[in-house]
Design a protein around this ligand. Structure first.
Ligand SMILES: [Zn+2]
Length: 472
């Protein structure tokens, strides 16, 4: 007959009373009793830190796993996951051993979710075991989760309710009088034929039904609550009650959409900017006489002491052409220049993909977080298999996309690093391009404006003097 056993361990550090060996033992025994399991033995590790001790330095865990491998154990009861291991690798290793030998693992702590199996099992277990490493983070999360739970139950979790609504212990309500007021405002906005927000608000102020309230369109209207949708934001995340709160509804979907559209049109817009020329050499141009940095205006570079001023665009063009000639001159002389160009092009061309990759990486972090949050809800509200597997599915898909992006990035970089000399020459010959101009600008250290022309000073690497020296 296979045995039911209990494993307990207390770490030296800061487990304090709530994880005391006594608490662990008694809850485990209670769990056994509730399920009519006879406990055969207790593997008591006593005081030991799981984090610092390698897996098999814990003699009782080692014995337990040996007994598991010998086929002697049917089930193990532990207080929480973190009693077995404090890091994910150890934990998964133990779980694997237990699974290989069909040993059931039960947790006796109140809010410890049961072991997850199946396609989501490993990932979910990884995340849960990972949670043990961040107790503090867990507490914060639980706070957010409890507020989130309120929203999910259709209750308002903190904050002043929108105009017209009352809140009592989280339950929102609105009376007919206030509904009529809000509806009236929607009607005014939808029927409004004017062009400015100010005129609209005046209409609202002068309306016989509304004149005793000091209301304006923008402060009342953009509320999803008016169509019975409860939405709240915590820590920058949006949470929404999955159903519609019919009692809180004031207008229908069409009215809501139309009023919002109208309002968006009326909101003040920024004046459209005139296409502005951007000074390419800003901060690098100096006056020949006083050596001060010249100011870049809208169309002129000018010395602050008024010694000289020139047309910005034509000077930029002239400097770029000079740099191009310089580049052609030094290109053939040294392989280092070519390497420099390859690196530059590799960086430029891979930038969008690198940005994409970093977006993907934050998206996957978010999914991981969503899974953890959902698991916290599972603890108190039961497992939602469908939602969980949807999240796990998108997690896996995101990991796939990350791998594809990494591959793409690798190919771009490889292609640029293998660029042949001819291809570099062609890139230069094609003249001004999205990559060539920035490279030419990179070559320029500073420019000195003189009455009869310009003096371009190149960065050390592109001066060519050292190189020319070598080839003499
Ligand atoms: Zn000057």
């Amino acid at each position: 007959m296979k045995k039911t056993v209990i494993y307990i361990r207390q770490s030296l550090e800061k487990d304090k009373q709530k994880y005391s060996l006594e608490v662990q033992k008694s809850t485990c025994l209670t769990t056994a009793k509730r399920n009519n399991w006879m406990v055969d033995s207790i593997y008591n590790e006593g005081f030991l830190s799981a984090r610092k001790t390698p897996l098999y330095d814990r003699p009782w865990l080692k014995r337990l796993l040996e007994d598991v491998k010998a086929g002697m154990i049917a089930r193990i009861i532990v207080y929480k996951r973190d009693r077995l291991a404090r890091n994910v690798e150890q934990y998964l290793e133990i779980i694997q051993i237990l699974q290989d030998h069909q040993v059931q693992l039960c947790f006796s702590a109140d809010n410890e979710p049961p072991l997850f199996h199946g396609p989501v099992g490993e990932l979910v277990e990884t995340l849960l075991a990972g949670l043990a490493q961040h107790e503090a983070e867990n507490i914060v999360k639980r706070l957010i989760t409890s507020r989130k739970d309120l929203v999910l139950k259709g209750k308002r979790a903190g904050g002043k309710p929108p105009f017209g609504y009352q809140v009592n212990k989280g339950d929102l309500s609105i009376d007919e009088e206030h509904k009529a007021i809000i509806r009236r405002i929607y009607q005014i906005v939808i029927d409004f034929k004017g062009f400015t927000l100010k005129d609209l608000n005046n209409e609202i102020k002068n309306d016989p039904l509304l004149c005793e309230y000091d209301l304006n369109a923008k402060s009342v209207i953009p509320r999803e609550l008016h169509i019975g949708r409860l939405v709240q934001n915590f820590e920058g995340e949006r949470y929404e009650y999955p159903g519609v709160l019919e009692d809180l509804k004031v207008v229908n979907e069409e009215e809501w959409t139309e009023a919002n559209r109208k309002l968006t049109v009326l909101l003040p817009k920024y004046k459209e900017k005139r296409e502005k020329y951007n000074a390419l050499l800003k901060g690098r141009v100096h006056c020949w006489k006083c050596t001060e940095r010249v100011k870049a205006g809208t169309s002129l570079y000018s010395c602050p002491k008024k010694h000289i001023k020139v047309d910005m665009k034509s000077m930029d063009d002239e400097v770029i052409s000079a740099a191009l000639i310089q580049l052609e001159k030094i290109l053939v002389l040294d392989k280092e220049i070519q390497t420099n160009i390859r690196n530059f092009l590799s960086e430029k061309h891979s930038r969008p993909e690198r940005r994409n990759l970093s977006d993907l990486e934050s998206a996957v972090e978010k999914t991981k977080k969503d899974i953890k949050d959902l698991l916290s809800i599972c603890v108190s509200h039961g497992v939602r298999e469908k939602e969980l597997s949807d999240l796990v599915y998108s997690y896996k898909e995101q990991i796939g996309r990350i791998n594809r992006s990494k591959r793409k990035l690798f190919l771009i970089e490889e292609k640029m690093n293998m660029l042949k000399f001819d291809e570099i020459v062609n890139w230069i010959k094609e003249g001004k391009s999205e990559t060539l101009t920035p490279f030419l600008l990179k070559m320029i250290k500073s420019v000195i404006l003189q009455p009869d022309g310009i003096d371009v000073i190149y960065s050390e690497f592109f001066k060519g003097e050292v190189l020319l020296e070598k080839y003499k």
